[in-house]
Design a protein around this ligand. Sequence first.
Ligand SMILES: NC(=O)c1ccc[n+]([C@@H]2O[C@H](COP(=O)([O-])OP(=O)(O)OC[C@H]3O[C@@H](n4cnc5c(N)ncnc54)[C@H](O)[C@@H]3O)[C@@H](O)[C@H]2O)c1
Length: 349
Amino acid sequence: MNSQTVLVTGGAGYIGSHACVELLKAGYHVVVVDNLSNSKSESLLRVQHITGKSLTFYQVDIRDKQALTEIFDKESPTTVIHFAGLKAVGESCEQPQLYYHNNVFGTLVLTEVMSNANVKQLVFSSSATVYGESTFPQYTEDFPLGAINPYGRSKAMIEDILRDLYAADKISQTNSPWKIALLRYFNPIGAHESGMIGEDPNGIPNNLMPYVAQVAIGKLPQLSVFGDDYPTRDGTGIRDYIHVVDLVKGHLNAIQALNNHCFEAGGCKAYNLGAGKGYSVLEIIKTFEQVTGKLINYKISPRRTGDLAECFANPDLALKELNWKVEKDLHDMVTDTWNWQTKNPQGYI
Ligand SMILES: NC(=O)c1ccc[n+]([C@@H]2O[C@H](COP(=O)([O-])OP(=O)(O)OC[C@H]3O[C@@H](n4cnc5c(N)ncnc54)[C@H](O)[C@@H]3O)[C@@H](O)[C@H]2O)c1
């Protein structure tokens, strides 16, 4: 049994709530800090229902330094998983200041409070959007960075800040150095197998899977497939999709790695969390049709600028150093998405 306390920022959100389930199952004490700007506290009630265990929740913005300091004083976490952030690429282009303030400034406040409390183990939600464009579709962690929108740049800036924090420790030769895992997610989809927690987007979904699910259930009329003339096996774009439960298990493995000898002298390292293979948009639609028995109404639209033909992770480093790889396949991802969607047609209410 594990007696460590993990503080989870953004724990009421899509990925955070799934992480809380796995953390509680593994015996961690869980403290969630979330301002509920893109989530509902109902998700946390359901997390506790699924696990039969309780967690502590603070409705607090991570930019509120005083409130965050009080939480650290009271709860004494040993590790932070930092999910809190805004994540819509389109919105980030329209409101870049909001994204930099929330994501970058929020992380500055969080790490300052962590430093003051001498809590220096951090697992950070980064993203494959930090990578630059490439003609080679499979990304390794040493691939050049070059985010192309404010959301991706906010993640890249945070990665830089965290690398600098670790580098500063090396200069001062502190005996409690930062231990940081930067987890670069590819495309998380799916839901908990209970169908009690899942992705509950505000308004029209930005991502393919919740969009397809809402077309299937009749909430949205039609899906647009952007481009069917890419040099891929069926002409549509290929992405690396990863089941959200596989993804959050990578965070638990990362905590173990931070705790063990690999990070004894501190470190700040990036790991791709992806399946290492891609599925096309049409493959997603066909699998959805097979699983649900429903026809998905879709139309082919022109390519969108900035979209790549194909992009997927090389997850070898996560296997080698975190002992992590995906276990679930596309069929599981679609089945669990549909289970969540049909049990919660209006999301959390
Ligand atoms: N979902 C994806 O496709 C994806 C891909 C790559 C990276 N990520 C990153 O993973 C993290 C979690 O993503 P998600 O899909 O669960 O998103 P989400 O919006 O469901 O969860 C984020 C949570 O953070 C909270 N939050 C936002 N700003 C906050 C603040 N200032 N203070 C306190 N709480 C705040 C929101 O209320 C929400 O509950 C995000 O940082 C996101 O950028 C997500």
